[in-house]
Design a protein around this ligand. Sequence first.
Ligand SMILES: Cc1cc2nc3c(=O)[nH]c(=O)nc-3n(C[C@H](O)[C@H](O)[C@H](O)COP(=O)(O)O)c2cc1C
Length: 384
Amino acid sequence: MSIALQALNIWDLRRMAQQRLPKLFFEFVDRGSEDEVGLSNNRLAIERIKIRPRVMINVERRSQEVELFGKTQKMPVVISPTGIAGLLWHNGEIALARAAAAAGVPFTLATTSVTAMEKVAELAGGRLWYQMYMWPDREMSYSLMERAKAANYEALVLTVDTAAAPNREYNVRNGYSTSFRFSSRNVLDVLTHPRWMLGTLGRYIAEGGMPRFENYPESLRHRITDTKFDQRSLMTQSLTWDDLREVRKRWPRVLIVKGILHPDDAKMAADCGADAVVVSNHGARNVDSSVAPIDVLPEIVDAVGSRLTVFVDSGYRRGSDVVKALALGAKTVFIGRGTLYGVAAGGQEGAVRALAIYRDEIDRTMVYLGCAAIGELNTGHLYR
Ligand SMILES: Cc1cc2nc3c(=O)[nH]c(=O)nc-3n(C[C@H](O)[C@H](O)[C@H](O)COP(=O)(O)O)c2cc1C
């Protein structure tokens, strides 16, 4: 039995992840950028909003179900794309996707994963969404969309908030910037974390070598240790709304734009035919002093809530955090680090535990608010 099952909350999973992972991976997951103002601000913004309990309402029968793009899902969260799960746990993306399927929520696979989208679809099942960035070579990005279509992914999540390489100085210090490489700085770090070294790295090596970016086209399918390949070469500063229009033409299924913080951008996404936006500052990993998504959520819901589905993420560690966002009009909350800590602590069991923690905490909060269904939540349940 995994120790992750003993976690009482997401912070416990975080501590367990910290113990098991080499520092360079833990910090890559856990930290923000520059002075990490955004990281604490995301939490403070959520914590500042208070819950206003209601009493004497019969809530014996409750449901967390929400309707998303014509289908019912069991609880109001989605697993965010995080292109590293497979380096935290052997086949971590499959572990996360299976945990999501078991909890009845969608799993979003990031392009930068080390497990191919086809393999995840074959082995995990459940509701699968595919995340990509637009690359300078648009045709390459379109070919990824074709693969996702062929592998039956339900939704495409186009992330638009990473035009420049984020300034994460700890990564440089830890010897993990554009690629992962062993150096005098981190070899001791790896050696002193034998559970990760043997259970994750060792298993990949036994299977034939360092993992590769399996979703990339063959010409770019480098090993994660390949120092000649610079991920920054895939970033583009030329992205415009015309790109979104083109993606809309080519992707007939659900289209979600991730990384919106301004109502005018949300309106543009709607004008270009997107089905949804994720109000997100990328978990405070990009622009350090970026506004907290929960602070701008209400104005974005006001601006486009009648035209598209509005999701939110960045900093959600408790079920009560999720409930606050739902009361402010988010349809569901994307979870990044919460489930990543789970998978890092205990693989699929750890991710299952993380989702169970969110479910229990959401349920308890609903009881205190006298809400039997997610649709009943509204701003009257909050105090700001
Ligand atoms: C380690 C890590 C890797 C991430 N990789 C991606 C990615 O490849 N694509 C993407 O759109 N977002 C990525 N994100 C951002 C998440 O999708 C999400 O927006 C963010 O984690 C939400 O904040 P939270 O971690 O506080 O829940 C990543 C986040 C983390 C922590």
